[in-house]
Write a protein that binds this ligand. Sequence first.
Ligand SMILES: *Cc1c(COP(=O)(O)O)cnc(C)c1O
Length: 377
Amino acid sequence: MIKFNKPYYTGKETYYIQDAIHTQRKISGNGFYTKKCQNYFEEKYGYRKTLMTTSCTDALEMASILIGLEQGDEVIVPSFTFVSSANAFVLRGAKMVFCDSERDNPNMDANLLEALITDKTKAIVVVHYAGVACDMDKIMALAKQHNIFVVEDAAQAIDSTYKGRPLGGIGHLGAISFHETKNIISGEGGLLIVNDESMVARSEILWEKGTNRSAFFRGEIDKYNWVDIGSSYLPSDILSAFLWSQLESLEDIQKRRIEIWNRYYEGLKELETRGTVELPRIPDYAVNNAHMFYVICDSESTRSELIKYLNAKEIFPVSHYISLHKSPYVEHTYSDRVELPNSDKYSDRLLRLPYYYELKEKDQELVISEIKEFFKG
Ligand SMILES: *Cc1c(COP(=O)(O)O)cnc(C)c1O
């Protein structure tokens, strides 16, 4: 059986967790490993300020507070994304405005954004699908011109760049996920990236339940107080200890994932040349962090047939998001209806192939040959 995902453990997770428990003797938040991970991200990627969170969803919720959302503000978000890209902002009272994907790339089409901006627009949430960068120069220029915030949902985009700049570090704020389906994992877990200097101090306060406890622990003040709204977004140091072992192996993990990606691409490109399927397209300004590999079928029914065929061979590929603008939540809360044909294209026709560090070469070759066999028929 070839599953879609299998979490990869480097083997040192329990060592660091035991160290947190027995040696550091501190397993609440903001401990030894939390700081170690945050320092790693700030040094390696040059992010201004990072905060470990219990999920990428939590990091996005913090972002929605940091941009000062008010009831009725509009936030532009791609329709082809995970619910959290929208939900985090809906929770603070925002109305979602859905942007379509590009025709040959699931990312939001930056050329459509200007028409969606109104005087209520507060932010654009950019999602780097499959870790492939959106057209950030265009998006940042537009945001600057209209005085709106950019939040990067870089959940899938660890170690990926746009014109050499690490994703998550370009917008005002960014968020990364360490959910067990991502490249680098801690089971559940995330990272908030604060690039806008004016939000740095407040981000720490939100993280520490609305108190200035971080400044207190640094000895900057002599007692800590309730100073703002906030919540408990900081994870236990056990989660960060787990993540640390993964970060130590980041290069090795990425090297392996890129090999897998290249093998899929080489193996399947003749199907694309023949016009049977579309394969991922990496724009010149992006690099590939090898988060996923997908094929896009010519119709929803072809995809269903392909899934059925592969499942019969014990191979388990999976489809992805259902367009948010067609979700039951949007249908029963929003009165306006929009047509987003490219988002629907990826909803209906994109199929993600089995992808994990330990995927054996012979299993991957089997996935490739079975897909080719299916399309021969
Ligand atoms: C995985 C994912 C999330 C959510 O991440 P969690 O850490 O599970 O909260 C959000 N957005 C996108 C695009 C994702 O892929």
